[in-house]
Ligand binder design. Structure first.
Ligand code: NAD
Ligand code: MG
Length: 384
């Protein structure tokens, strides 16, 4: 039996790499659902190649184009934001790859979990916003959560065979991004195109900016808390510019396990899709002779204040991580359009975190309200 995969966000960086993995293993996987926000051309091409049962094009203006292009096939075409949840409720797939970017990924992922489906989770914002609700639903419905984020995949792999051994702490590695070692006077003048050049990874625009500000590592700390059921003080961040060690786990005897490899997202994507099996591939291998020095540094929290803000949200919990995420999505959006400067992003997030009322144990509705309030306040600061 082939595993039937539903790729939510199939036209993105993770989505397209997942399709490469699936194409390389036609005996193991088949594509059941593909979704895209507005890239109709790529979605059509993917649908013609993989012949899924259904596709979603969220942007309603693109619906007719997609419908016409797929008229001669059996592919069902849906449109509108709500249809993401509708197709996530289908019974015809085995695993969702959650690869939509941002808060928009929350509802379909929750739907997959309620639908008792396995989830390969790339969309970290889902756990940042509502990790408590998502993980408790996953436990309730026995839906496996398989991390795709490379750090969390590394930790997951280190924990195999350690079922009864408590974690002392985890060490999340970070490349440091394109501005490692820089100070605020440099960052003041940083422009979008420079920030989009990541030294080690090729990714979507939002996560690339998050990597440059170190917000990405902050989001990953919160993601790790929920995935591995950790206290904030058990989560450490270390800068490792070579991106060869993808993260580590330290056990109660002081022993540390690390997972290593070249920085290539296809590896954690393939591991999540193929779990528990390791699938043979021809990806380039790490060679000790070529990269023979692995180095480590403390993160500079005074310069990269987004990481400090995320640590604060991790500590205080409740709806604060949801506020942090919403304000960050607005700030990154504005930075990508040259509407605000690099350091302004931090100000927007900090002010929004101070503004929105704290809720200790939010309901799902309260997470949605918090997200909307934080977005509109952050937008008002930028005068969008
Ligand atoms: P991307 O921008 O390249 O792709 C995003 C995908 O989501 C696209 O298919 C797009 O059509 C869809 N999308 C965007 N907005 C949407 C909306 N409002 N509604 C429905 N669909 C929407 O992003 P990416 O880099 O592939 O990242 C996807 C997720 O994976 C993010 O949460 C990111 O943090 C996480 N992640 C990515 C990488 C990476 O290497 N790219 C690594 C680790 C984690
Ligand atoms: Mg990561």
């Amino acid at each position: 039996m082939k595993k039937r995969i539903a790729i939510f966000g199939s036209t993105g960086s993770i989505g397209t790499q997942a399709l490469d993995v699936i194409t390389a293993h036609p005996e193991l996987f088949e594509v059941e659902i593909l979704t895209a926000h507005s890239n109709d051309e790529l979605l059509i091409q993917q649908a013609l190649q993989h012949q899924p049962n259904a596709v979603v094009i969220v942007d309603e203006k693109k619906y007719q184009t997609v419908k016409n292009a797929l008229a001669g096939t059996d592919v069902k075409v849906f449109t509108g934001e709500k249809s993401l949840e509708e197709v996530a409720a289908f019974d015809t797939y085995d695993m969702m790859l959650a690869a939509i970017v941002g808060f928009a990924g929350l509802s379909p992922t929750l739907q997959a979990v309620s639908n008792k489906k396995a989830v390969a989770l790339a969309n970290k914002e889902t756990l940042v916003v509502a990790g408590d609700l998502v993980m408790s639903k996953a436990v309730e419905h026995k839906s496996p959560m398989l991390p795709v984020d490379s750090e969390h995949s590394a930790i997951f792999q280190c924990l195999i065979g350690e079922h009864r051994n408590p974690i002392e702490k985890i060490i999340l590695t970070a490349s440091g991004g394109p501005f490692r070692g820089k100070k605020p006077n440099f960052l003041l003048n940083v422009k979008r195109d420079h920030a989009l050049q990541h030294p080690n990874w090729s990714m979507g625009a939002k996560i690339t900016i998050d990597s440059a500000t170190l917000m990405n590592k902050g989001l990953e700390m919160i993601e790790a808390k929920w995935l591995f059921n950790l206290r904030p003080d058990q989560i450490q961040v270390v800068i490792h510019p070579q991106s060869i060690i993808h993260s580590m786990v330290q056990f109660e005897d002081g022993s540390i396990k690390a997972q290593m490899g070249l920085p290539d997202m296809k590896l954690p994507i393939q591991y999540a899709l193929g779990f528990p099996h390791r699938l043979a591939n021809d990806f380039p291998r790490y060679d000790f002779k070529k990269v023979n020095t692995l180095t480590f540094e403390e993160p500079d929290l005074r310069t990269f204040r987004n990481l400090a803000l995320a640590m604060d949200a991790l500590q205080k919990g409740g709806n604060l991580p949801c506020v942090l995420n919403a304000a960050n999505e607005i700030a990154v959006w504005a930075f990508l359009r040259n509407r605000i400067g690099f350091l302004d992003m931090t100000d927007v997030i900090e002010k929004t975190m101070q503004h929105v009322t704290h809720i200790e144990k939010p309901t799902l509705d309260e997470y949605f309200e918090t997200d909307a309030e934080a977005r509109s306040y952050a937008a008002s600061l930028i005068r969008l």
